[in-house]
Write a protein that binds this ligand. Structure first.
Ligand code: ADP
Ligand code: ADP
Ligand code: ZN
Ligand code: ZN
Length: 743
């Protein structure tokens, strides 16, 4: 394939309005546009999805089934694509065997060093692999943590087996595994577990014959719950699915392994030294420090390994990860950190002509760190790859070969290409991004008066160096500092000591049925509108009740639960996904059926559904810039930034007594033009008497703070100190102060 362009014709996924676009291969393109305009729909749901799909098609069916599933985009033509690498902010999976070292391949190099020049001399490098029986600590199997199964959580003693006493996935609701147990005839299926003999409970949990058989049949083959759990969940080195991980979290406890002290390796491997350090000690050094240490390796036989390792560690430092250590479990990384760690892996790749797709790579980065990230994007391109970036930061737009702006508005007001060309031309264009670029937020010179103070004294969590700060209450405080300086650690102290309400980017919505309707609690008022218009009882308009399609129970999809594998979802063919009965669909309010209401955007619903309760509930979502969400859109489709704004909207509605709020980078995913709206919302919280503390890199937000706490000067052990506390207008001499002057 030698095409020079990625050719897109008639792309229509989500809100895209039949987008036609040609993108030069081998170049760096930034996709800009207001939140909800369709950037992700184009870049992820269309381009990356088709590239992924086409790549999968090249594999035999057996392999294909094990690859990530891509939903094929709606488009007339998509050509000129390459194998795609998506580097998004999804946190790196829950696999406890994955560390910063293993994920970046630096651990492989380090193992090689130890196997070749370590003393006492040892054999092969897999002796230093905690994922290999030759190297792993026998007590924790290389996890560094001893996971203890918490059998108390397996059973609900108040229920009998047939009432679902076994709480493990796959047993609930009479599943396959439940049948296996019930069929043994060894357990009283209808007696609450509490009333069983100790022997019988032990037999169910751990095996061994129960004292007396209840059934004349010979005992059927049966695996007790604990060995079953270990086999299905714990003795696996595969990447774990979210469902499996959730089960592990639910039914186990863990702590540092007493045998290896968290080093994950066996005694032999833990004793070997290079430069007088054990590999465990090296894994606890900060990456930046380790890079300097590795430079001291002189043995010629490992020179290429040491060079490769040093280069990789320096690349990590360059993109603002120098404060991490290789032993850090990837499960503890933030979204932005995860993305940067994933990026490092690809820097070393010698593959060319790939398609790299990034989702806001500057998240979590101080302006000071952004240069390193842009350098990295340029390097990927210069190696001959095509790089597509969804990004709001002008510093990234400035280095792009071209900008594509999707817009002009959000949802149905967006979905078109409103600009394509170099950044210099964008600045002269008449688009929302161009207008926002021109704007300059003035520094807040009249900060609000505090009404009190909350203090954190002598904090030493993670890298904090005995930090004492006084946070003013009743005002907006911004925590600033380079990545890894200790902002999140300080915020965590604040939360622990003062019980703050954390408004973060974790998913909202308890289950797959959660939508803006359920979340804001307007389902009942909507049904009442339909009941009033039709004269029928409201329950005929409830998908969970009489109004729901009988075949899918009002879900619109059918879901096959496969116990320990990820479930399968298919659209219900009775209702075609519309969830309601024909009867419910016959009645209309303002020309809309109950199913049409799902398709309304929040902003449209505020205009069309005449009910004060509905308007009041939805107003909050509109105010935080989410007016483009569809009422029936599953909350599972929201990005981290959108989830956070949904939570802000709820707090705006519900919080009554004065509270302390902590926000982690609320501008994530927000277009420059939406930032005013966001700060307006934070201001509203303050005006209602709340205290708002925000971790934020966005200069427009920092400029509007009443109070700034600047941490640094560097990352990790080079940070963790308070450099400045005071009104934003007074900050001087720090990296944040410099960024405020130039940015
Ligand atoms: P952006 O990336 O520019 O913020 P998106 O592409 O995520 O915008 O969203 C564009 C529009 O499509 C929005 O109205 C959004 O609510 C809608 N949308 C996004 N993802 C889905 C989805 N999985 N299902 C239905 N609608 C979606
Ligand atoms: P920031 O929020 O300013 O980016 P953090 O507070 O996240 O900084 O991190 C400060 C330091 O604490 C870093 O050296 C980081 O690696 C370390 N750290 C943060 N979280 C953890 C954790 N869960 N385990 C170990 N170290 C951590
Ligand atoms: Zn161990
Ligand atoms: Zn149905």
């Amino acid at each position: 394939m030698n095409e020079r362009m990625i050719r897109i014709r008639g792309a229509r996924s989500n809100n895209l309005r039949s987008v036609d676009l040609d993108l030069p291969r081998g170049s760096l393109t930034v996709f800009a546009g207001v939140s909800g305009s369709g950037k992700s729909s184009l870049v992820f749901d269309t381009i990356a999805a088709e590239a992924g799909h086409q790549l999968n098609e090249t594999y035999p069916p057996f392999t294909r089934n094990r690859l990530p599933k891509w939903t094929r985009p709606e488009a007339d033509e998509l050509s000129g694509l390459s194998p795609v690498v998506v580097i998004d902010q999804r946190r790196i999976g829950g696999n406890a065997r994955s560390t910063v070292g293993t994920l970046t391949d630096t651990w492989t190099y380090l193992r090689l060093l130890y196997s070749r020049i370590g003393t006492p001399h040892v054999g092969e490098s897999n002796r230093f692999s905690f994922n290999d029986p030759a190297g792993m600590c026998p007590n924790c199997s290389g996890l560094g943590e001893a996971v203890e199964i918490d059998v108390d959580r397996f059973l609900d003693p108040d229920r009998s087996l047939s009432e679902g006493a076994i709480l493990l996935p796959g047993f609930v609701g009479g599943g396959y595994w439940f049948g296996k147990i019930a069929d043994t005839g060894s357990f009283p299926v209808d007696t609450p577990v509490r009333d069983w003999t100790e022997d019988r409970r032990t037999a169910l949990l751990h095996g061994g014959g129960p004292a007396a058989r209840l059934d004349p049949r010979p005992p059927a083959d049966f695996e007790a719950l604990v060995p079953w759990f270990e086999r299905i969940y714990l003795r696996t080195s595969d990447d774990l699915s979210d469902r499996k991980q959730a089960a592990i979290d639910q039914f186990t406890r863990s702590g540092t392994c007493p045998e290896c002290g968290g080093d994950r390796l066996n005694a032999e491997a833990r004793a070997v030294r290079v430069l007088d350090r054990t590999i465990g000690e090296m894994s606890r050094l900060e990456v930046a420090e380790l890079a300097d240490l590795v430079d001291q390796v002189r043995e010629p036989e490992v020179a290429p390994v040491a060079t490769a390792l040093g280069d990789r560690l320096r690349a990590m430092t360059a993109i603002g990860l120098g404060y991490l250590h290789l032993g850090r479990a990837t499960t503890t990384l933030s979204g932005g950190e995860s993305q940067r760690v994933k990026t490092v892996k690809h820097l070393g790749s010698s593959l060319v002509e790939l398609l790299y797709v990034f989702d806001e790579p500057t998240v979590g980065l101080h302006p000071h760190d952004v240069d390193a990230m842009t350098g990295l994007l340029e390097r990927l391109r210069d190696k001959g790859n095509t790089v597509l970036v969804v990004e709001h930061d002008p510093a990234v737009m400035a280095i792009a070969d071209q900008i594509v702006e999707i817009g002009p508005g959000a949802g149905t007001d967006g979905g078109r290409v409103v600009f394509q060309g170099p950044f210099a031309d964008l600045k002269r264009a008449d688009t929302p991004t161009a207008l926002a670029l021109e704007r300059r937020t003035p520094v807040n010179t009249v900060p609000r008066e505090r009404n009190g103070t909350v203090t954190v004294e002598k904090a030493d969590r993670n890298n904090l160096q005995n930090v004492t700060v006084a946070i003013p209450t009743g005002v907006l405080t911004v925590l600033t500092g380079v990545a890894g300086s200790g902002k999140s650690s300080l915020a965590a102290e604040l939360v622990d000591r003062h019980g703050a309400i954390v408004v973060d980017q974790r998913p909202v919505g308890a289950n797959r049925r959660s939508t803006p309707i359920t979340y804001t609690g307007i389902a009942a008022p909507i049904r009442r509108l339909f009941a009033k218009a039709s004269g029928l009882p409201a329950k005929y308009f409830s998908a969970n009740s009489e109004g729901g399609c009988p075949d899918c129970g009002g879900l619109g999809v059918r879901y096959t639960d496969l116990a320990f594998m990820d479930g399968q979802e298919t659209v219900c063919d009775t209702c075609g996904g519309r969830r309601f009965t024909e009867r419910a669909l016959q009645h209309r309010v303002d020309g809309l059926t109950i199913a049409d209401v799902d398709e309304l955007s929040v902003a449209d619903a505020i205009h069309r559904l005449e009910d004060p309760a509905i308007r009041k509930a939805l107003h909050g979502l509109d105010r935080v810039g989410l007016g483009y969400l569809r009422l029936g859109q599953p909350l599972t489709t929201l990005s981290g930034g959108e989830c956070q704004r949904v939570k802000i909207a709820r707090e705006l509605r519900e919080a009554t007594e004065a509270s302390l709020y902590v926000f982690d980078e609320p501008t994530t995913g927000l277009h420059l033009s939406d930032i005013d709206t966001l700060v307006g919302v934070l201001d509203q919280l303050v005006e209602r008497g709340h205290t708002v503390v925000v971790i934020e890199h966005n200069l427009d937000v920092i400029r509007r703070a009443d109070w700034v706490v600047d941490l640094g000067p560097g990352a990790g052990r080079h940070g963790g100190r308070v450099l400045y506390e005071g009104p934003v207008a007074g900050i001087e001499g720090t990296a944040t102060a410099r960024a405020l002057q130039t940015g």
